[in-house]
Design a protein around this ligand. Structure first.
Ligand SMILES: CC(C)(COP(=O)(O)OP(=O)(O)OC[C@H]1O[C@@H](n2cnc3c(N)ncnc32)[C@H](O)[C@@H]1OP(=O)(O)O)[C@@H](O)C(=O)NCCC(=O)NCCS
Length: 175
């Protein structure tokens, strides 16, 4: 079944929480630290309505999600982008990021800001995000969460060739 992107519903909250927690677990943090933090890593039904959450699902199962918060008039914050560890490196993270940027453009914003996970800065850098600050990680002492932003430009489609033809029909205004 093809990958499907759709808006999240309040009843997706437990599945999205699981994706976020599975991602954090894949980073190898010690279990006692994980236990302390699991309560904070929750997507609640209220968060689904407060943010624009997009779910990527495969065969009806949620495998990734993104979530935007609007900061009118000019920027959006990508609050969430999590891909289940088993679904990574298939282009899903890039797709959700592009979808978020398209949504920002659609509502007239030209900047996306985010706070990356400690190990995900490179992913965003390769997609033209710049690091503008950093926050110490509470999970990984001595490491930092990059604060990043990207200024959006319009989508430009390069054209390598163009063929023009002139109609032999006279224009109305010439007759
Ligand atoms: C970073 C993250 C989004 C990547 O998700 P992903 O689905 O694996 O991303 P993609 O598959 O689009 O890209 C990852 C890499 O896989 C590669 N890739 C994509 N499709 C591939 C394929 N079919 N085969 C092999 N490699 C592939 C990409 O080229 C990319 O490498 P690059 O970054 O050097 O370009 C994911 O690890 C995650 O959830 N991290 C947390 C992000 C975070 O900080 N969230 C909180 C703040 S928003």
């Amino acid at each position: 079944m093809p990958l499907k992107l759709r808006a999240a519903h309040a009843d997706d909250a437990p599945a999205l929480t699981q994706i976020m927690q599975d991602y954090k677990a894949s980073l190898g943090y010690p279990e006692d630290l994980m236990r302390q933090w699991r309560g904070q890593w929750q997507i609640t039904p209220e968060m689904v309505t407060d943010h624009e959450l997009i779910v990527a699902e495969d065969a009806g199962q949620a495998i990734a999600f993104s979530g935007l918060k609007q900061n009118p008039p000019q920027s959006v914050t990508l609050e969430y982008l999590y891909v289940s560890p088993g679904a990574q490196k298939q282009g899903i993270g890039t797709l959700l990021l592009q979808r978020s940027e398209d949504r920002a453009r659609q509502i007239g914003c030209d900047k996306v800001t985010l706070r990356s996970e400690v190990n995900a800065g490179g992913f965003y850098e390769r997609r033209q995000y710049k690091t503008v600050g950093q926050e110490p990680s509470k999970m990984a002492p001595g490491r930092f969460m990059p604060l990043m932003e990207k200024t959006l430009v319009g989508n430009v489609v390069p054209i390598s060739e163009i063929t023009l033809s002139v109609s032999s029909n006279a224009w109305d205004f010439e007759t």
